[in-house]
Design a protein around this ligand. Sequence first.
Ligand code: AP5
Ligand code: MG
Length: 200
Amino acid sequence: MATNEAMKPVNLVIFGRQGSGKGTQCAMITTELGSIHISTGDMLRAAVEQGTEFGLQAKAIMDRGELVSDEVISGIVAERLAQSDVTQNGFLLDGYPRTLTQAESFVGILNDLGLTLDLALNLDVPIDEVTTRMLSRGRADDTEEAIARRLDLYEKETAPLFEFFLDQGVFEVIDGLGSESEVFDRLNTVISAVISGKSQ
Ligand code: AP5
Ligand code: MG
């Protein structure tokens, strides 16, 4: 990716089934772009580690593979997106929006902050492969039951959002199979095209 001092911040969302490699790729992309990786799952896990009352409630929900409330998660994201490191450097949002209600809130949050979404990426990896990856990763919510529930909710609640972003003309599907660097190269190509479009 051709990055330079004068580059306008790039605002991205990444979709993809649980275990598709969003977190892995986001770390590589934000290192390259200098933008901010915002993972709602990582933020919730940080709250769990801090042992706050909210963290304890979130842990119970996450361990079952359910979603925390739309209102709470949109509030957390709105607060984070308003911070100056994000408005100055751009964001890569991972794990949000996940429901239609969240997508609608997201539009309102961006409008309020005067921000524009440049691209929503969908890191596409089949169910069998993501299941294998998660079972070998072993996070607290990577039990067979919770994985099945998360994947089910993804098809029901999150996949319908693709249409929402397609309609806005900012949606690209990326093949998430292959090595981490092969997948990164594919993402890089699409993101670079958006960056050169912005600088024209
Ligand atoms: P979240 O943390 O977002 O979890 P997730 O959606 O289950 O996604 P993962 O983090 O499991 O997968 P990933 O795509 O990041 O893959 P990774 O890079 O780790 O959410 C957790 C919970 O928080 C939710 O269930 C919900 O309760 C709550 N939550 C979060 N956001 C919410 C929201 N908006 N609304 C309501 N609730 C919300 O990779 C997976 C594994 O594969 C790793 O071991 C990795 O090393 C490996 N790997 C990566 N790339 C490759 C490759 N190319 N080849 C082989 N292996 C690879
Ligand atoms: Mg992740």
